[in-house]
Design a protein around this ligand. Structure first.
Ligand code: AMP
Ligand code: MG
Length: 486
């Protein structure tokens, strides 16, 4: 089924542990992403779901696979843990897709590994479906993210707060190398390991840097740039990752590990959904700062490779961190300028955006809907936009300021509105819809999950059939907390 070529498994043995998935009682295919399978050049026999399920649940290890659990460390909520590693995920192997990009095929929830610590190596159905929904939604929204190839029921219970149904999530990633992977070697003083890993990721993710003067400095900078851009995109769609630990930040620049992640309903920069984030470390507005903090941890690992003179190495790292802040600001402004329909840059645009956000915060406006309805306002229909706010005075004043600024750009109202609708989604995986899909699936009804996935395929279109996915939750529907469910 897969044409594997497993480069990570060819690295020295201390990079991973070889481990086979633990077979499960009753594998059953819940969802298979045929489109992604084709993109990956996977020849799956879609007519034999039982065989497909057996492979994707880990019961049958396909030819060419070299199953491994990757070693990594990480800062969890700011505290360093020298050994984490894949405790419940097994990398089957790598395939090269139609565009020539190498991608990992990983089974999450496939059984214990030497890194499981006290965990059971399993995943519950709810978090598997959440990751499926949100990672595919991110992709449709144009945000780099790991992808969902399949969800498979195991037919076995898992024990969390309650008894839940077990499932395996089949994930596709540009790679699973994390900031925490570098930390694993650096924490052991294994500089050869750090260098091997750096060379590996340059070859795999940043091949243009190979052979340049100081590839490790450029690697750090390139990685920082990708993360700054990624987080700016998150901010633009109201995405809150929820657990930005260094082990949950990829080197490739893809969003990974959709545990308690959620999207803003009403705009509140301090918003936190995750039940375990008691201090609000990973609140919406803290994400860029945390991204920079994580890059600083990566920089510490790379210091010995940057320069043999420690002071010089530190200066180089600091320059990258400073650039991260500037890059983020620039990317963020670009994202929000587009969201409010500005094609050119002008002084004062940042303040204009900030004033809108302040009005949205005060007026408890739904983040997604307010920006979407602003496209209507670009065509002269203000009602929908104003109705997003508790009181219309402040947003009305803002519209006046906005129109003065729009007058500086010679763009037709229709063209501007169309451009705004291409970057302000109508449909996002709203938390209450995700929870609803999971709740029904827990009772064996996957139709709600399927319909939500369908709605999320075209997030920038207002399709009347999917109207219920475009509105904010009612007070009774609101979901305040999300759980990792690990
Ligand atoms: P996460 O919070 O999902 O990013 O996971 C943090 C760490 O805990 C990783 O090393 C995981 O592999 C590990 N982990 C999470 N859940 C389990 C589980 N059920 N069994 C074993 N390890 C787990
Ligand atoms: Mg993780």
């Amino acid at each position: 089924m897969f044409q594997f070529d497993n480069s990570y498994a060819r690295l020295p043995e201390r990079f991973f542990a070889s481990v086979y998935p633990e077979p499960v009682e009753g594998p059953k295919l819940l969802k298979f992403n045929e489109e992604l399978a084709r993109e990956l050049g996977i020849e799956a026999d879609f007519s034999d779901p039982a065989r497909l399920a057996a492979i994707l649940a880990g019961n049958v290890v396909p030819p060419g696979a070299m199953p491994i659990a990757m070693a990594y460390a990480g800062h969890q909520f700011g505290n360093f843990v020298p050994q984490l590693g894949d405790g419940r995920a097994i990398l089957l192997g790598e395939v090269v897709d139609g565009r020539g990009t190498r991608r990992d095929i990983q089974l999450k929830g496939a059984g214990p590994t030497p890194f499981s610590r006290r965990g059971d190596g399993r995943a519950a159905l709810g978090p598997v479906l959440r990751e499926y929904i949100v990672s595919e939604a991110m992709h449709a929204l144009g945000v780099p993210a790991t992808r969902a190839l399949a969800a498979v029921a195991t037919g076995e219970p898992v024990y969390r707060d309650h008894v839940e149904q077990g499932a395996v999530f089949v994930r596709v990633a540009a790679s699973h190398v994390r900031v925490g992977t570098f930390q694993f070697f650096a924490a052991r003083g294994d500089n050869d390991g750090v260098k091997l890993l750096a060379d590996y990721v340059i070859g795999r993710h940043y091949p243009e840097l190979a052979g340049s003067g100081n590839p490790y400095h450029l690697l750090l900078r390139a990685m920082a740039r990708r993360q700054a851009g990624l987080i700016a995109q998150w901010m633009g769609i109201g995405f809150i990752h929820g657990v930005m630990n260094t082990d949950n930040m990829t080197i490739s620049g893809e969003t990974i590990d959709f545990g308690p992640c959620a999207f803003l309903d009403e705009y509140n920069p301090m918003k936190v959904f995750s039940s375990i984030d008691e201090m609000g470390r990973y609140a919406y507005r803290n994400q860029p700062g945390i991204g920079q903090w994580n890059i600083a941890r990566l920089a510490e690992c790379l210091l010995p490779l940057l320069d043999s003179d420690e002071d010089k190495a530190v200066d180089m790292a600091n320059a990258v961190l400073k650039e991260f802040g500037e890059r983020f600001q620039k990317a963020w402004l670009g994202v929000f300028q587009s969201k409010i329909g500005l094609a050119l840059e002008a002084d004062g645009d940042g303040e204009l955006v900030q004033e809108l956000l302040a009005a949205m915060h005060e007026g408890e406006a739904d983040f997604t809907l307010a920006f979407r309805r602003l496209a209507d306002a670009a065509e002269g229909r203000d009602d929908g936009f104003l109705a997003c706010f508790k009181a219309p005075a402040r947003p009305r004043e803002w519209l006046d300021r906005w129109r003065e600024r729009l007058a500086e750009e010679a763009l037709s109202a229709e063209a501007r509105a169309a451009a705004m609708r291409r970057c302000n989604p109508a449909v996002i995986p709203r938390n209450h819809r995700v929870e609803e899909a999971i709740a029904s699936a827990n009772y064996g009804d996957f139709s709600v999950f399927e319909r939500l996935l369908e709605a999320l395929e075209k997030p920038f279109e207002e399709r009347p059939d999917f109207a219920e996915f475009m509105t904010p939750p009612t007070p009774e529907e609101r979901v305040m907390r999300t759980f990792c469910g690990t």
